[in-house]
Design a protein around this ligand. Sequence first.
Ligand SMILES: *[C@@H]1O[C@H](CO)[C@@H](O)[C@H](O)[C@H]1NC(C)=O
Ligand SMILES: *[C@@H]1O[C@H](CO)[C@@H](O)[C@H](O)[C@H]1NC(C)=O
Length: 987
Amino acid sequence: MAVLGSDSRRWSGLLLIFVFLCSFITPVVTVKHENFKKCDQSGFCKRNRAYADAALSTSSWQAPYSLDPASIKFDNGMLTGSVVKTIVNTAETVRLPLTIAFYESGTARVTLDEERRQKGDIVLRHDSKAKKQRYNEAEKWAIVGGTTLSQGAATSKGAEKGTTNISYGPAGTFEAVIRHSPFGIDFKRNGETQIQFNNRGLLNVEHWRPKVEKPVEEKKEGEEAVVGESAKDTEEDEGTWWDESFGGSTDSKPKGPEAVALDISFPNYQHVFGVAEHAGPLSLKETRGGDGKYSEPYRLYNSDVFEYEMDSPMTLYGAIPFMQAQKKDSTVGVFWLNAAETWIDITKSSSSTNPLSLGIGSKITTNTHWISESGLLDVFIFLGPKPQDVVGAYTELTGYTQLPQQFAIAYHQCRWNYVTDEDVRDVDRKFDKNRIPYDVIWLDIEYTEGKKYFTWDPDTFANPLGMEKQLDEHERKLVAIIDPHIKNEGNYPVVDELKSKDLAVHNKDGNIYEGWCWPGSSHWVDCFNPAAHTWWKSLFRYDKFKGTAKNTWIWNDMNEPSVFNGPETTMPKDNLHHGGWEHRDVHNINGMTFQNATYHAILARDKEEDKANVRPFVLTRSFYSGSQRLGAMWTGDNQAAWPHLEASIPMLLSMGISGFPFAGADVGGFFGNPSKELLTRWYQAGAFYPFFRGHAHIDTRRREPYLAGEPYTQIITQALRLRYSLLPAWYTAFHEAHTNGAPILRPNYYVHPGDEKGFAIDDQFYVGSTGLLAKPVTTEGADGVDIYLADKEKYFDYFDYWMYEGPTTVSLAASLDTIPLLMQGGHIIPRRDRPRRSSGLMRYDPFTLVVVIGNSGDAEGTLYLDDGESFDYEEGAFIHRRFEYKSATSTLMSEDLAAASASPSRKTKDYLKAMEKVRVEKVIVVGAPESWKSKKEVEVSEELAGKSSGTKSAELEWHGKEEGKAAWAVVRDPGIQIGAGWKISFA
Ligand SMILES: *[C@@H]1O[C@H](CO)[C@@H](O)[C@H](O)[C@H]1NC(C)=O
Ligand SMILES: *[C@@H]1O[C@H](CO)[C@@H](O)[C@H](O)[C@H]1NC(C)=O
């Protein structure tokens, strides 16, 4: 490499100016719309929108579905019956078996299937190998609990003719009023209707039917021969029933039309949230056009959307068909369990109770219309009333988020690509040299030999074990990418086995499917096949995936799946998976099964080979309801542009309320080069992403934090240190999510469900239950932000204890080196303030407790702590404390939240023993009472193993009120253990 001469220095100066201009004018590139379907290019979506338009345009619309009263049975918390569909313009009917299950949790579930008719009754394409049945296995992958039938659910006696009423839920306060004809259900809480099914009559189950070959109409000059078009008014548009083309590929539809659709209304609910993943506001927009509204429905069809656009209902990489509706003091929700392509239309209507009110006091009702291409109609209903009741019930069904290893919630350094093992070692050394903490370094696809997973490029990564060993010296980890496409090339044992064991996805003819991805021609492992899991496990063994060590973890990308030459950059829908299911039926679950296979492979690697009991770490791009059980997700290929930084906050909030809080966005932006200001602001925001990773595209300049130069590097390092010092609070929030599904980033509506003014706020959030309220700066050149405080409570600036009081909106200065962060009164926040190179090195560091005294004078908080890596916590090896400050007695105490066991396991004893030396080194009381002013000491008593160790005193340091700021006090080294019971008296 040539050293730069004076000439080239001048050039580099010019280059800098050029770069500056470029970063200034870098346009936000936008998605190729033509590569992705709009509703009217997706036959079943177009048909169902047309159906809705027809139904809603006439007041005499009669929905052609009724529940046969003679078929109704109710037993043991479950109603069964038969819904009869009358086929328009014929006398024919189709029977749709109905079940309505009432679970102990208070969740109800409505399922409509289609009666399997006799062989020969339906005519499928003779050559089709697809299973001739509606897909009914989404539940098998997504649901893991919460389905115990309620013994308390009961039909009300003497129900009027025409309805069947079931009371259920807590103390029987929920009710399902099932209307027989037309079939529909109103869900009530305390007598008030919260959710309505089919009240607009849009229920539509496209029944199976034989394919009738119609004579091709004589094509007249200048006319297009479109099948079905001629009988437009009376008949359905049949043009896409039996095959459908888009972007040059044709989808054969061996089962014909089989969509399911339903209108779900939320009367008097103004806001709906959820149906992740979309790049748009948290509060979902209306979708049928008009000012500030979308004209396309929200779409869920997991896709690799290159250069995705902002503020859009377009589909992205993952799908969580769970929606919550919010009105004052009430949250309800629905979960649409279907893995096929799904579209959701949202409209709002307002009704004024008083015509003279000029809109004041008018009620908004949110109407939704759900449309899926195939499968069952299967919907879960949650009646709240609190946000956590809904999220908790949803996650009881789909599983709680994995409790990650501690390193996984620290900082990750990624780039496409670190090009050699020496490059990795060099980056590692430079972080240390610059005293910047990080835990994990990542390898994108280039580490492999020719994009063959489970291999290393022998020229560039000759010594992966040596590299991993260096990382391990500071307890750092490596994450390597493994994707689901397997290179189709000779002399590659992985593809040979995939083929010989027949574990790949098949095409519609039943042969191995071949498509293009990073390696060129590839095959895709079919993780719906249990045998594929067994095989996949074998590949990760240390002796099989040579060059990996115990600190190697995995990244699963491209698992939508992304297929470069496939329709909409994915697999053809008529591909076949294990069991004969079409890809169309399982598409949105595909990514989850792949991440799951990897999760179990890593588990087996360490358990079976090593007897180690460690928690796997697997990052996924594609996901579905339930993926939260398996690891983290990120929002895919974003751009180094301010709107993408801004959008990351509502996107992550949406993931959090959808039961999948372990989420992040690429810090810095994947495509393009961020300005230093943008990079810095992005790190400050990223310090509040549950999953915190810097990543960059192969065509971008290097941007490791130490390259930013001053003052940027210093400011970025501060943001990283803030994250590391708050790791105990983050880990406690993850533990909470792991036990009850609570979001980690909490939007205003979740924390203050009675405050209507805050429902749409999605640019600020609380962190877990800590009372930390953050509002990252996401605009260029900003020197301040406004933060909305919803409650009548004191809030304190995290850094200088400046005091604010809600309810109001406050302005905070936020120069480039400042992260707007407040502490809500009434909380106790655990921290570890000693700067270390990695989180692993903090294991035995002492704690700081920040007691934030608000209007009540009291404060409380929790701390969850374990070894941060193994499953030993499941056997009791953890510390779980509750801290409480009571103003009445002026005491701060620590009590045990772990149910004390008479005979603790050996692991528990070992863990607690190891933690015995871990102290509380500092207690900071913010908003300390003036009466402590002249106090010099506090009294400390500790209880160890049930025995009081007597009392001792510790010094109290007083800091009086300054203009605008709160008084605060510090107790230094009170001589207490974090894991013990203790009391500090300030009286
Ligand atoms: C069933 O619910 C409907 C609607 O609330 C009500 O009109 C009807 O009286 C109820 N029937 C019984 C028997 O509770
Ligand atoms: C995950 O894998 C396990 C073990 O192979 C299997 O039992 C389970 O059904 C799988 N779940 C998902 C979501 O793929």
